[in-house]
Design a protein around this ligand. Structure first.
Ligand SMILES: NC(=O)c1ccc[n+]([C@@H]2O[C@H](COP(=O)([O-])OP(=O)(O)OC[C@H]3O[C@@H](n4cnc5c(N)ncnc54)[C@H](O)[C@@H]3O)[C@@H](O)[C@H]2O)c1
Length: 329
């Protein structure tokens, strides 16, 4: 049994804490959140202790790993301290909001960063993982272009938007990682255009809610990513991969497979509502992989380097949207 601490008792911290608490090879020992009521409530539900602070967690020799699910601004510092204390880390995306700082800390960490798994959970989604396996098996020949559609059902609260790092670092960052993973080649150019079409309050908070991004690899392969903070029909998460001999696509998952057929047409059930439902299995598989990392049976499938690379794409997209120009990497 590996003893684990979860930092952050918000939306995703609650998912990870429940998964840790119910995992046969893990024991949830601590929950830490500066909002003590949130920490108390989560600890109460999962049988954990509320930690006083991070020092208490890091000073406990029984703790093998940390799940960092705190607000984005806290990730990098907590990662660095945990890894330096010899703990394995599963850290939520994004690694940080500042690319240069993330690069500099990587240097300081040296080889110790190898026990850090970054929470790009889409890599653990069964449908996307199957698509990747079939791409690698050559089912559609060489992959040439990629479409990723990633639209949320509705925007998060403004309080979240304000501390999120902005649409590219908070939301599109998943898609930048998915694109790098599927293409297996780094991008050399980014062009992005953004708008505020969903809620003017998001614009007033200094962010955007809609974006289209085009990315090009050195060999000329292209990717288009569509992001929106609203869909009007649920959580839209699709991939279309076009190869020399065909197409592989991963479509949306529905709440159920029941559909109604009548004289006016056919109606299927709604899409799975949001990330908590759509990626529930991915979060469980991600944690299974973290157990392998904890036991030394595997190196993280997605690590510090991937966090920095996705952050570089997010910064380039932001710069491109502001300048109206293609940004080289
Ligand atoms: N991989 C995914 O699918 C996914 C989904 C949602 C959120 N996230 C990421 O997870 C992080 C948290 O998102 P959320 O939606 O749960 O936000 P949230 O606002 O619901 O919860 C964040 C929690 O972190 C706490 N916190 C703030 N500073 C802290 C610190 N120093 N130490 C410990 N806790 C601290 C806050 O008090 C809050 O309770 C964000 O970085 C977000 O980008 C990832």
């Amino acid at each position: 049994m590996f003893q684990i601490a979860v930092l952050g008792a918000g939306r995703i911290g609650q998912v990870h804490a429940r998964n840790v608490a119910s995992h046969p090879e893990l024991r949830l020992r601590y929950v830490f959140d500066p909002q003590s009521e949130a920490a108390q409530a989560l600890a109460g539900r999962t049988g954990a202790i509320v930690a006083r602070d991070l020092d208490q967690v890091l000073g406990d020799p029984e703790i093998a790993g940390l799940v960092i699910a705190s607000s984005t601004h806290a990730h990098l510092d907590q990662c660095v301290r945990a890894v330096a204390a010899g703990k394995a880390v599963l850290c939520e995306k994004p690694l940080d909001m500042d690319l240069e700082r993330a690069r500099a800390e990587r240097e300081r960490l040296g080889p110790r960063h190898v026990r850090l798994l970054l929470g790009f959970n889409r890599r653990f989604d069964p449908s996307f993982a199957t698509l990747k396996r079939r791409l690698d098996a050559g089912d559609i020949g060489k992959l040439e272009t990629l479409h990723i559609i990633s639209h949320d059902p509705a925007p998060p609260p403004l309080a979240y938007i304000r501390v999120s790092g902005g649409l590219f670092k908070d939301m599109a960052i998943h898609d930048f990682d998915t694109a790098r993973w599927l293409l297996g080649e780094e991008f050399v150019e980014v062009f992005a255009s953004t708008s505020c079409l969903v809620d003017p309050a998001i614009g007033s908070a200094g962010d955007v809610d809609t974006a289209k991004t085009v990315l090009r690899t050195a060999s000329g392969r292209l990717c288009v990513i569509s992001n929106s903070r609203r869909s009007g029909y649920g959580y839209d998460q699709r991939i279309e991969a076009f190869g020399a001999r065909g197409q592989l696509r991963a479509d949306n998952l529905l709440e159920s497979s029941v559909s109604a057929w009548g004289e006016t047409g056919m109606a299927s059930g709604p899409l799975q509502n949001f990330f908590l439902e759509r990626y529930a299995e991915a979060y469980r598989r991600e944690l299974d992989h973290f157990v392998q990392v904890l036991g030394g049976a595997a190196a993280p499938l997605v690590g510090y380097h991937d966090g920095v690379a996705a952050l570089a794409l997010a910064e380039a997209a932001h710069l491109s949207a502001r300048s109206g120009k293609v940004v080289p990497l």
